[in-house]
Write a new protein. Sequence first.
Length: 197
Amino acid sequence: MAVDRVPVLKRCRSLGLDPVYLGIDKKSNRELKRANRKVSEYGMQLREKQKAKFIYGVLEKPFRNYYAKAEKMEGQAGENLMILLERRLDNVIFRMGFGRTRRETRQIVDHKHILVNGRCVNIPSYLVKAGDVIEVKEKAKSSQRYKDVLEVTGGRMVPAWLEVDQENLRGTVKEMPTREEIDVPVNEMLIVELYSK
């Protein structure tokens, strides 16, 4: 399995991204030394795609598959793409506050700590649907890890399309998210332009 091992803060700096979107509180003190040259249209489109891929932890081939799926859905391809990425199980768990970072929630799913509608799911790219009940397994609920995580993420805002019971480490997907509810700083129209060339 391919894994992106790029240092997170370095990558955030190069993409002009705030590490908060990844769940990381650190700030880099270094400034990016960039020549004052004009970025081409293609360069801007590529940067937006790289931002989306980096935030959600998706590699190129799966990202392209998400785009193909988004094009076939009703509505605008860009909005559909962002909604598909937001519906990933590892992202939903991050939004619920059961993990400090998106990478940590991916590991939680991989280690079979998550039940979706009572069934164990260990696929981070699993797409949740409206009405799905997501919870941490009983065996894992008592572990120190989740107590520490909830201390850190207790104050994090949970989006309106999710309902969370933090004491029982359980949540429900009330409805599908809309683009307005997704607070990721990505201009999806540039991604659509890039793929439609």
